[in-house]
Ligand binder design. Structure first.
Ligand code: ADP
Length: 298
């Protein structure tokens, strides 16, 4: 009888221990399964995020590809116009009488200039695509840029009967940038100001805005101005304004798109104010880096 009782309590103890052991095993297995499930869920959401990012990148690449195709088609179209004109002038030169030849020769030269300007602008755009801001930037003084542009464009302004005025803010802190490309920004703006100003002046000025931590390069003219309906399109490639078409002023429609691209690469912004018949102001603003900001604040 005692043996039987002992067996019963032993069996009870054994089954309790077994039950506890099984329970512990089960809860550990459950914990492990839950952790594993969590990890799988994390991996799934990471894969989903990667897939969404890849899909967005794919859409961006398709859009870029479409933009490139459109650019090539537009460029080919723009190149065809002066080439057709050159062919025509060449034919006229060959067949016209000697008295008309100087006229056709002048037109031929005009079209040649147009073609070479277009090729130059297209080359600039292609080079901007491979521009590496991180490696090509160095401290740049906007006053030096303005001075260089003034010296380069003074002869053209004088030949056009315009006064080219400079107003520099002294002791401008430098901005991180690419000197040659920033000269191109100013040069394109000043060239436009001269082309689209029949009389009066063109003013190149620099300014510093300490609270906004920015420096400005501004080109102001007393020219034909820009109709409000043109303003939203000015920086599109190959866009030429309504007044320009009416007055037949030559150009490629690429100058301001190049300006915008270079300003964007410098993290800057560009503002335009214009009144038709009175003139225009183009203002490019560049951010100062931390060192220049504290130098300006001192
Ligand atoms: P382009 O001068 O070769 O036509 P841009 O891209 O430089 O090409 O300029 C685009 C258009 O912006 C011009 O066709 C012209 O209508 C307008 N524009 C630019 N600058 C001026 C300016 N200073 N005064 C008047 N119109 C301007």
């Amino acid at each position: 009888m005692r043996v039987l009782k002992l067996h019963a309590s032993l069996r009870y103890a054994l089954s309790s221990a077994l039950f506890a052991g099984l329970w512990m095993l089960e809860s550990r297995a459950r914990q492990q399964a839950e952790t594993g499930l969590e990890q799988v869920q994390q991996q799934i959401s990471m894969l989903q995020a990667e897939r969404t990012a890849l899909a967005a990148e794919n859409t961006r690449l398709i859009e870029l590809d479409q933009l490139k195709s459109k650019f090539i088609a537009d460029a080919a179209h723009e190149l065809r116009t002066p080439i057709t004109s050159l062919n025509l002038r060449l034919y006229m030169l060959e067949h016209a009488g000697p008295e008309r030849r100087p006229h056709y020769l002048a037109e031929f030269q005009q079209q040649l200039v147009r073609l070479s300007n277009l090729a130059e602008d297209l080359l600039t755009i292609a080079r901007l695509d491979s521009f590496d801001a991180a490696n090509d930037f160095a401290p740049v003084d906007l006053n030096l840029i303005a001075e260089e542009i003034m010296l380069a464009y003074r002869p053209l302004a004088e030949a056009s009967g315009l006064s080219l005025i400079t107003q520099y803010t002294p002791n401008m802190p430098p901005i991180p940038g690419d000197h040659r490309r920033l000269v191109q920004v100013g040069a394109n703006l000043v060239a436009n100001a001269i082309h689209y100003t029949p009389s009066g002046h063109v003013v190149i000025s620099t300014a510093l805005n300490i609270p906004a931590k920015q420096v400005y390069l501004e080109v102001r003219d007393s020219g034909i101005g820009i109709p409000a309906s043109d303003l939203p399109h000015l920086f599109e490639r190959f866009y030429r304004g309504k007044l320009v078409h009416q007055t037949n002023i030559p150009g490629t429609g690429l100058g301001l798109s190049i300006v915008k691209e270079i300003v964007d690469l410098h993290g800057g912004t560009i503002e335009v104010e214009s009144i038709e018949g009175e003139g225009s102001v183009f203002r490019v603003c560049f951010p100062l880096d931390a060192a220049s900001s504290s130098m300006a604040a001192d």
